[in-house]
Design a protein around this ligand. Sequence first.
Ligand SMILES: Nc1nc2c(ncn2[C@@H]2O[C@H](COP(=O)(O)OP(=O)(O)OP(=O)(O)O)[C@@H](O)[C@H]2O)c(=O)[nH]1
Ligand SMILES: [Mg+2]
Length: 187
Amino acid sequence: MPSLRLPEFTLAGRSNVGKSSALNTLAGRPNKKIAKVSKTPGSTRLINLYRLGNVCTITDLPGYGYAKVSKEMQDDWRKQIEAYMRRREELKLAVLFVDAQRDPQESDAQLLDFLEAEAKSTLVVATKADKLAKQALQSSLEYLRESLALPSDQPIALSSVTGLGKREVWGAINEICTRSATIDGER
Ligand SMILES: Nc1nc2c(ncn2[C@@H]2O[C@H](COP(=O)(O)OP(=O)(O)OP(=O)(O)O)[C@@H](O)[C@H]2O)c(=O)[nH]1
Ligand SMILES: [Mg+2]
């Protein structure tokens, strides 16, 4: 992969959870899409690299856990994703997307464990928040927080349809990347 010498963060999570949609929303272009979105899981099949001006780069990853993609291909994607997360020097943060409507999955917990073992910063975002009423959303966020042992300000709720949570997600990304830049500088 080419290096663009900018801080990079990556969008990870199960297939169909809304990673590519979140990228379009975070990039400010929910209607003028830069990333391909599809109702069918398994739509993102490569590690796609995007540059947002001179601010940062974002990588959109294939999702995991989609049964219709062959086991060989899933294993291959997993290896590629893990190698990327391990070796990519520019990588400051992995944003893990989970579906606000669903219980957390084993694969989500596994990815968080992997990232923790690799000493990578993580941020968990709960997508499709527009599909739940306010109270149900709060309960779901609490449940995700407890089950995945997240800090008190996570997961952040995001809707790629209404834009809810977009500022909060950017705020958290900014804070984590600034913190990691300071640590790098102190080394
Ligand atoms: N209501 C609602 N639908 C969403 C939201 N985000 C994504 N979707 C829908 O969910 C489906 C999957 O979205 P994608 O962004 O392609 O999901 P992905 O995680 O990139 O999927 P893969 O590339 O297959 O891993 C699409 O039909 C989207 O329109 C959201 O915030 N709200
Ligand atoms: Mg995608």
